[in-house]
Ligand binder design. Structure first.
Ligand code: IPM
Ligand code: MN
Length: 355
């Protein structure tokens, strides 16, 4: 039996409430399959930690996580610490320094969930967004000059490298080969005459290696509309960091609740631990009530176990979520009145019933 050592960062707000529910699903699936156990390495890094120690995480944080198999994160951000400070001292540096260049975000309407799109069935909303995760609009390059004066100048630069663009595009083509052999690339080369013209060129070059994949470039504004009007036409979507960020919140909405979408920040080379998290944030207004939907975190846990090679365990966890989506209990965001823990317990019970 394998033992997976996992870095656990519950973080802030509802992150602290949903992470234990993901962990109980992971443990239950390990017990049922008999294929693995887990050892957790718990890190208290958060805005609360910042308030006490003046830093979001310790200087040696990356070194301490480096030899763990994966990182499981709840959410980061809480009033009292500006969001750009908490994120630029924790999540974004982890993505960059561990070179987690793929942000894998499945968008799937689960049976039993009422999505906002009238008449759309789960078969029609089932695609994956591959978001570039280390550069582009999120490279963090820029500055402010003469801040606060009438002569203020602000710059926020996007950086697209050939290596960074090629690798995310190639990953998307590889995924398309395993799925329906169609790829839509989110662009904006009409207005962004350097970065997105370059992006389109790279897509065209890489496409030559995948003659079986039909690829379509679509401006990201039109793509947003298409996600709502014709989501059944989408199977694999690739987009830059910011475009992918925006599209995947829309994707979460299509899933019926932001309590559902999950995210894998992945280093496909396996050199560094990949990081798995729900897409939703820390939701400070909701925190402390025990009413957050843990499903996104539980689905993220399944993605993590899948990446660690535990296919049967991952499937069991996803089956557990699907079962509860269909039969309840449901949290407030899905129209129910169940607590976070009730949903976690129901997923665990389903998994254990499969023994
Ligand atoms: C996400 C989040 C983050 C992002 C924030 C919290 C910096 O919105 O993971 O989608 O923009 O990447
Ligand atoms: Mn986002």
């Amino acid at each position: 039996m394998k033992k997976h050592r996992l870095s656990i960062i519950p973080g802030d707000g509802v992150g602290v409430e949903v992470v234990p529910e993901g962990l109980r699903a992971i443990r239950a699936a390990g017990d049922v399959t008999g294929s693995y156990s887990i050892e957790t390495v718990d890190f208290p890094w958060s805005c609360e930690y910042y308030a006490k120690h003046g830093r979001m995480m310790d200087d040696d944080a990356l070194d301490r996580m480096r030899d763990t198999a994966a990182i499981y994160l709840g959410a980061i951000g809480f009033p009292g610490v500006p969001d750009h400070v908490s994120l630029w001292n924790m999540l974004l540096p982890i993505r960059q320094k561990f070179d987690l260049y793929i942000n894998l975000r499945p968008i799937k309407l689960l049976p039993g969930i009422n999505g906002p799109l009238r008449d759309r069935t789960p078969e029609q909303i089932d695609f994956v967004c591959i978001r570039e995760n280390t550069e582009g609009e999120y490279c963090g390059v820029g500055g402010r000059l003469r801040a606060g004066t009438p002569d203020e100048v602000v710059m926020q630069t996007a950086i697209f490298t050939r290596k960074g663009t090629e690798r995310v595009v190639r990953y998307a083509f590889d995924l398309a080969m395993k799925r329906k052999k169609t790829l839509v690339s989110g662009t904006k080369s009409n207005a962004l005459n350097y970065s997105m013209v370059f992006w389109d060129e790279v897509v065209a070059e890489v496409a030559k290696e995948y003659p079986e994949v039909s690829v379509q470039n679509q401006h990201v504004d039109a793509l947003a509309a298409r996600m709502v009007l014709n989501p059944q036409q989408l199977d694999v979507v690739v987009a830059s960091n910011l475009f992918g960020d925006i599209l995947t919140d829309l994707g979460g909405a299509l899933q019926g609740s932001l309590g559902l979408p999950a995210s894998g920040n992945i280093d496909p080379t396996g050199k560094n631990p990949s990081l798995f998290e729900p897409v939703h944030g820390s939701a400070p207004g909701r925190a402390g009530k025990g009413t957050a939907n843990p499903m996104a975190a539980i689905i993220a846990a399944a993605m993590m176990m899948e990446t660690l090679g535990e296919h049967e365990g991952a499937q069991l966890i996803n089956d557990g979520v699907a079962h509860v989506a269909m039969n309840g209990p449901k949290t407030m965001d899905l129209g129910g009145d169940a607590k976070t823990k009730d949903v976690g317990a129901a997923v665990e019970a389903y998994i254990r019933s499969r023994k």
